[in-house]
Design a protein around this ligand. Sequence first.
Ligand code: GLN
Length: 482
Amino acid sequence: MSGVELWSIADITRRIAAGEVTAAKILTDTIARITERDGELGAYLATDFEGAQTAAALVDAMRSANLPLGPLAGVPIALKDMIVTKGVVTTAGSKILDGWSPPYNATVVERLRAAGAVIVGKVNCDEFGMGSSTENSAYKKTRNPWDATRVPGGSSGGSSAAVAAGLCTASLGTDTGGSIRQPAAFCGVVGLKPTYGRVSRWGIVAFASSLDQVGPIARSVADAALVLQAISGHDPLDSTSLAQPVPQFSESIAAGVTGLKVGLPKEYFAGEIDPEIRAALDNTVAALKEKGAEIIEVSLPHTELALPAYYIVAPAEASSNLARYDGIRYGTRADASDLLDLYCKTRGAGFGPEVKRRIMLGTYALRSGYYDAYYKKAQQIRALIKRDFDAAFETVDVLLTPTTPAPAFAFESKATPLDMYLGDIFTLACNLAGLPGMSVPCGLTKNRLPIGAQLLGKPLDEATLIRTGAVIESALAIGAPP
Ligand code: GLN
């Protein structure tokens, strides 16, 4: 790396405010790292250096004029390509949206910009967020910065790899069944999936609307808290957005865990977990205990039903959401004379195999005569899973589990789609219940692959995740990739 320090958000904003560095210089360094490393890493699908330079110049001009700076002033941020950006091509990792230049910004983009963030580009993901390795991107491979022969996780693989390798300070991902937490775990960074409704979904390419949430991926819990702060809060453009007050998340960083009741759901420790992951979780438990937390075993009896329920609900909603990509409404050109051309183009380069599989699964599950057997049953299981969590949160404040059953795997090592789906067992229930979840690095395997600890919280209680995550981070820091 070109010898540039990877500053935290607090460092960047403080130094810019103090006149020690300019936003332009921070951006130049970030661009240099992208230019130097992204050819190999493959995190970015599109960069917008011109737009970023304009944003950085605005921050510097405001500083010169002594105007108040936003909480993310001058902070370089990358966005998963599921997030709609005005005038910057947004593909969701799919050829069906190749060249689509949206006419508007997602609410989260508007909020980041208002906070002074400098958006540097769009990062790779599994097509429409469907996958756990970013191998389902129609565009390119993204590598894990800790081991280039391994996947960065998915579907927000570009978001996690870019943050871990220092090709942005923080990023946004989306999480329908683990896509923020799982790649964060694989890449050794912090990923936070907010409570359903905490962050606006307006302008997020829809995968499964009742499960999707946007959230931050960052190199520290404190950075994640600052980004979450900027994007949270009610949005009248999203009817599922919650009109709830947003606490000052950063205030939880130093709160510690004394007296906090941390639940260990026994079902998450029962099955086949990699022994190194189990050992890292044991260390995490010991660290929390030593800092004053009370550890309590709890049971979430319907845990094993989360995977089958998710793989009905998510494809069912996806099959309905994806019906809009009929080759007519989205594409590079809006000119009617080009419609036939566009139609042929999108038909020729349509959905990839995983997306087709989900559409088939979802359409099948929703067929009349099958609806009760599949979709309705899955929704009933969802209610039971939610009830399990409600009961557990009567005795504990937060739950601790592994984020993944194994560390980052090699490219093309999952033989069947089911093998890939099984890697999601620990992350899916959180989305089915609409809860907030976070993955924090808690150790490295002997081959130096990151391990993530997952924290699950009560609805709207991201603050407790932040508080607990900060303790884990300070006790078990893993450092940066080579
Ligand atoms: N891996 C899960 C899937 O393939 C979750 C994806 C996500 O959270 N976007 O559906």
